[in-house]
Ligand binder design. Structure first.
Ligand code: BGP
Length: 473
């Protein structure tokens, strides 16, 4: 009983939130570089405010992030000390193809990830690689309009072909797109989309959706040709939608909202668009340009389904219910749940519910690749950081995940906590929204020594891994 012997415990990061070195090693500029910290961030990530270059008067945290680009050896050594079995990281597309549409890749960028993967293997850590985590070369946005243009499928195919050929034998687990459903919530981050006055936003988004789904299926096909032992997964920003009350109107709204996110995984896991989606496109006059050849390509389904889980969500048809915060996806406040400082509802049982729903629906192995608590940490006078709140959050979630495995029979391959080392927040651009077991000395405006320091949770997680999730005390 308990977790399977080869359960993949570890932590997760994304290139733009930790690497920095934005103009080093021949890297080109990407959408994620030009997303500023501060009040306009949200407008930029949602495509309302067009920002395709650095502008004066703004601070851009991704330029240096936590400098993983230069410090990865030290950081991976710390992951090794915690006993990580896996480390999730993402590739910065513009390190490999600086503009995105070149014929030949940038060798220096490829070498960087070679060094990162080699370092992981030194400690017996299996890399888990997200091919794109909110990351698009800016040239592909300026020149082609981002993912709404079908040409991006070709450029992505070129990227994955290079990656799979280069890293076969070094990387077994791949995710095609981080939180693919975020296209609908953070379209500039998810698909490089921004909207002109009067533009039909929905049409652009769903064209991008189709192109990313195609690209993802191509990645599966290409991986199987290059190295059939590779495992390719999709990735969902998950979290069940609860109806606020048992009014059937609320139940129906919850069902529909769930579907708007699950539609992506329906395609990636089953190999075709569900009928409710096709009907919706028809109703909304959206032509995704689905050809016969596309239908064939989409049949290349993923090996496993990965997900981020921070909280459940709640929706209501009633106008008098308080709105909720949360991970870019709206809803109403669930009165039964407490929230984090950033307003994200804390719902460990919701993780069990979500895992069961996904497993019921797809019957494919699952992998939790993000979970964690963003919180402000205090460095005590003696240098210690006593993040008991984080330990408590993770413990409660691991307990529920264990029940899903042990009692419900969900097939779960692994668990990587988000931001295992403090990094830049995707939604706010802050450093002070910390998730890590390792503290990084840096503030929201780029001040600090970047020194790394173990938090109390470091030793706790080391023990969790060493006992394969048995000792959570
Ligand atoms: C997910 C993203 C991550 C990450 C996480 C936490 O949506 O995949 O990139 O940042 O959320 O969110 P935040 O950084 O906004 O706290």
């Amino acid at each position: 009983m308990g977790f399977p012997k080869n359960f993949l415990w570890g932590g997760a990061t994304a290139a733009n939130q930790c690497e920095g070195g934005y103009d080093e090693g021949g890297r080109g500029l990407a959408n994620v570089d030009v997303v500023p910290h501060g009040s306009e961030r949200r407008l930029v990530t949602t495509g309302v405010r067009k920002m395709l270059d650095f502008e004066e008067g703004y601070y851009y945290p991704a330029k240096q992030s936590i400098d993983f680009y230069h410090r990865f050896r030290q950081d991976i050594a710390l992951f090794g000390e915690m006993g990580f079995k896996t480390f999730r990281l993402s590739i910065a597309w513009s390190r490999i193809f600086p503009k995105g549409d070149e014929e030949e890749p940038n060798e220096e960028g490829l070498k960087f990830y070679d060094a990162v993967f080699d370092e992981c293997h030194k400690y017996g850590i299996e890399p888990l690689v997200t091919i794109t985590h909110f990351d698009i070369p800016i040239h592909l946005i300026k020149q082609y309009g981002g993912w709404k243009n079908r040409k991006l499928v070709e450029f992505y195919k070129r990227l994955v072909t290079v990656l799979f050929n280069r890293y076969k034998g070094k990387v077994k687990y791949w995710l095609t797109f981080n939180e693919i459903n975020m296209i609908l919530h953070l379209p500039f981050m998810g698909a490089g989309l921004y909207f002109e006055e009067g533009e039909d936003r929905k049409k652009a988004e769903y064209r991008a959706v189709h192109n990313e789904l195609l690209a993802s299926a191509w990645a599966v096909k290409i991986a199987r040709e290059i190295d059939p032992t590779m495992k390719i997964g999709c990735m969902l920003a998950a979290g069940e939608f609860y109806p606020y009350c048992c009014d059937p109107e609320d139940i129906w709204l919850a069902r529909q909202t769930d579907r708007s996110n699950l539609m992506f995984i329906d395609v990636q896991a089953r190999g075709y668009y569900p009928s409710y989606a096709l009907k919706q496109f028809e109703r909304d006059g959206i032509d995704i340009n689905l050809t016969e050849e596309d239908r064939e390509i989409l049949k290349n389904t993923v090996d496993f389904i990965s997900l981020s889980y921070y909280s459940s969500r709640c929706v209501s048809t009633r106008a008098d219910v308080e709105k909720a915060g949360g991970n870019a996806i709206g809803g109403v406040r669930n009165p039964y749940l407490k929230c984090s400082e950033w307003g994200w509802a804390i719902d460990p049982l919701g993780l069990r519910i979500t895992l069961n729903s996904l497993y019921d629906r797809y019957q494919k192995p699952l992998f939790i690749v993000e979970n964690g608590l963003g919180a402000r940490d205090v460095v005590e006078k003696d240098g210690s950081i006593n993040d008991d709140y984080r330990i408590d959050y993770l413990r409660q979630h691991i307990i529920e995940m264990k029940k899903a495995v042990e009692e419900d029979g969900v097939e779960l391959w692994g668990y990587t906590t988000w931001g295992c080392i403090d990094l830049v927040s995707a939604s706010t651009g802050e450093m002070s929204k910390r998730y890590g077991f390792i503290y990084v000395d840096r503030d929201d405006y780029g001040n600090g020594t970047l020194e790394r320091r173990k938090k109390k949770s470091f030793e706790w997680y080391r023990k969790v891994i060493a006992t394969n999730g048995e000792d959570l005390s």
